[in-house]
Design a protein around this ligand. Structure first.
Ligand SMILES: C[S@@+](CC[C@H](N)C(=O)[O-])C[C@H]1O[C@@H](n2cnc3c(N)ncnc32)[C@H](O)[C@@H]1O
Length: 313
């Protein structure tokens, strides 16, 4: 797969990226949305249905097989700069048995990390995504050990779309790792787990309030900073002007919404998700259109890309 993403035209060569556990391609999509000058040289997933969707979305079918069976020689062939990894979350999720590394679904992740010292040119950048709970697992401890032994510095975050103005509570764990001599802009946050994006944004405004603090006042403040949910729902036949016409239209199936000082009507049957479902489950489900779902991730890619020049290496 040799397609280049991102509109940013740089003198430097595009990153060569491997997308492990590619699923339906959220990481690749985020690279594109983050306008990162990168090429996903291969994606890997064992699930044929996920691979069907990925192929439909991006015109390339990921390598279909168990990541656990890849060798250092296999990986050498891709000569990759960056690895993106979103391994299975079942071993760590708070709703599960939390067996961590002793859960068979965790094996492939540690196996792939253990290959790093055997690769002729190991990756310079790693990005790992998982559920909250991963950060207290033995897999996490082992991951940090392997990264440190292989000269990576790390910064870790637990972030939710709520902290970026998106009305969706979905805290997730993220780890950025850079191999020396690459470094982070704010090295004082190395080896720390942060619950706010502030250190990356360089601001201390409302977006940097930690959802982890969980106080009512804090959550209220985050919610007040969010756009209304209707701004994020995907329309059945989406065109840019649809949201405007939605507000202008009056329909029998419409609900009243506040628009500044005036009340306007919005035909909720234009959305893919029925209004009854939005009202009942809106905060718990992944009903927002994809750019929101992956918002944290493409934010990270933007940050990584702008702070990591491969030119000098
Ligand atoms: C948490 S999901 C990744 C979601 C992905 N980031 C996306 O945007 O859809 C984990 C994925 O890993 C795949 N997977 C799990 N174990 C695997 C293994 N040993 N080898 C290859 N793929 C695996 C699953 O099929 C699943 O699609």
């Amino acid at each position: 797969m040799e397609s280049s993403e991102g509109s940013r035209q740089e003198e430097e060569k595009p990153w060569r990226v491997l997308e492990f556990y590619s699923g339906i391609g959220g990481m690749k999509y985020s690279l594109m949305r983050g306008a990162v000058n990168a090429t996903v040289v291969e994606a890997f997933d064992i699930n044929d249905v996920a691979n069907d969707v990925y192929e439909h979305n991006f015109g390339h079918r990921p390598y279909q097989g168990n990541i656990q069976t890849l060798s250092a020689a296999d990986l050498d062939r891709y000569d990759a700069d960056a690895w993106l990894l979103s391994p299975p979350c079942q071993p760590y999720t708070r709703q599960g048995l939390q067996k961590g590394s002793s859960d068979a679904r965790a094996f492939s992740f540690l196996k792939i990390l253990e290959l790093i010292p055997q690769i002729s040119r190991p990756p310079l950048i790693l990005f790992v995504e998982n559920v909250v709970g991963f950060e207290i697992s033995d897999t996490h401890t082992k991951m940090l050990e392997i990264l440190s032994e292989n000269h990576f510095v790390t910064q870790e975050f637990i972030l939710s779309p709520l902290q970026f103005g998106v009305p969706y509570s979905r805290p997730r764990y993220f780890c950025l790792a850079k191999r020396k001599p690459l470094s982070f802009q704010n090295p004082q946050f190395n080896n720390e787990l942060l619950w706010a994006p502030g250190p990356l944004l360089g601001s201390d405004g409302c977006m940097v309030i930690s959802e982890g603090e969980q106080s009512h006042g804090c959550c209220d403040k985050l919610l007040q900073a969010c756009q209304p949910i209707k701004e994020f729902l995907e329309l059945k036949n989406f065109r840019d002007e649809d949201l405007d016409s939605c507000i202008a239209n009056v329909s029998e199936t419409s609900d009243e919404v506040e628009e500044g000082n005036r009340s306007v009507s919005c035909p909720l049957n234009q959305f893919f998700v029925p209004s009854s479902l939005v009202e009942r489950w809106g905060s718990a489900m992944g009903i927002l259109f994809r750019p929101c779902y992956m918002f944290q991730i493409f934010f990270f890619f933007k940050q990584l890309y702008h702070s990591s020049s491969l030119k000098a290496l």
